[in-house]
Design a protein around this ligand. Sequence first.
Ligand code: NAP
Ligand code: ZN
Ligand code: ZN
Length: 352
Amino acid sequence: MYKARAYSAASATSPLASTTIMRRDPTEHDVQIEILYCGICHSDLHQARNEWSGFLPTVYPCVPGHEIVGRVTKVGSAVTKFKAGDRAAVGCMVDSDGTCPECQAGLEQFCPNVTFTYNLPDKHLGGVTYGGYSESIVVDQRFVLRVPANLNPAGAAPLLCAGITTYSPMHHWGVTKDKKVGVVGLGGLGHMAVKIAHALGAQVVVFTTSPNKKEDAFRLGADAVVISRNADEMQKHAGSFNFILDAVSADHDINAYLNLLRRDGNVVLVGAPEKPFPISAFSLIMGRRSLSGSVIGGIAETQEMLDFCGKHNITADVEVIPIQKVNEAYERLLKSDVKYRFSIDMASLRAQ
Ligand SMILES: NC(=O)c1ccc[n+]([C@@H]2O[C@H](COP(=O)([O-])OP(=O)(O)OC[C@H]3O[C@@H](n4cnc5c(N)ncnc54)[C@H](OP(=O)(O)O)[C@@H]3O)[C@@H](O)[C@H]2O)c1
Ligand SMILES: [Zn+2]
Ligand SMILES: [Zn+2]
């Protein structure tokens, strides 16, 4: 074991603060990574503040972070995929049993024994796993990804969660050229969804509560932008969508989006707000509509997404911050004031 600098939350109400954590020495299958950048996902905030207590209660201290890009510093003797000096990335998972039907299907995110990058039991050291708000991490090579060389590392980090979470459902539900696709919430996930749907050739409509994001939405690849608080603007799109991705982090009315679907259309929730929503039966039964959900994506699909982004030169639009500004960044995330992902420069942690 060795000590690594990190930032952690000590309770649901305490700000993140500097600390040291223990990491394991790499075993034969492990890759040790010096973390260069880690994106700030809204899930980090939900988890640090124990907002998902009914689903996955937070164990403190909590070190969030699952959008990791770094450089390999050491590999175990059985590691074949990476060598010291390579660029490498880690997303939301660091382990799974590898044997269940979900793992066999390449859907490790649904494995009953999946280990998320933070806040799930650590099979090696006991306690829970600690995420990417840290100077280094040690991960089994099966869960380490390659980042195409043409992608800027600070902007590539958010692909590891925001990228795959939006790519996977579009892939699964067949978003292609000529499909009319809605994206609700122009945050970290939403802006990646716009870029990816546009690259897939879809007709993309952004729904936002922030009128000041309208120009950005067009620049990111939207064909139309709707201010969702304006009922007349919403009504113009009634019954017209094949697919709507809902990436909102807070309480809002889902029925308003179900009503915009055409026959057999689908609203896919990727946002994970704290409170449950009421759903009107009529929003679903009229038009044989579906409401679905999706969580991140499998490891092979994550690599496929990274390669797709490499080919299309897609990265997140990031505001790079030092880790000392992480609490301020959380407050801004709550005000939808980020364009469009914070990416922590981990040199700031090494320098302190
Ligand atoms: N399913 C998964 O695998 C997965 C993976 C990662 C994250 N998530 C979840 O997805 C959600 C979004 O994450 P993120 O990192 O993209 O968050 P984010 O950057 O904070 O973006 C959320 C966006 O939602 C909109 N919004 C916020 N409050 C709203 C309200 N009260 N009513 C309507 N719209 C509102 C805002 O967009 P506008 O300003 O455009 O309105 C905001 O930018 C979070 O709940 C997160 O935990 C799920
Ligand atoms: Zn995330
Ligand atoms: Zn499994």
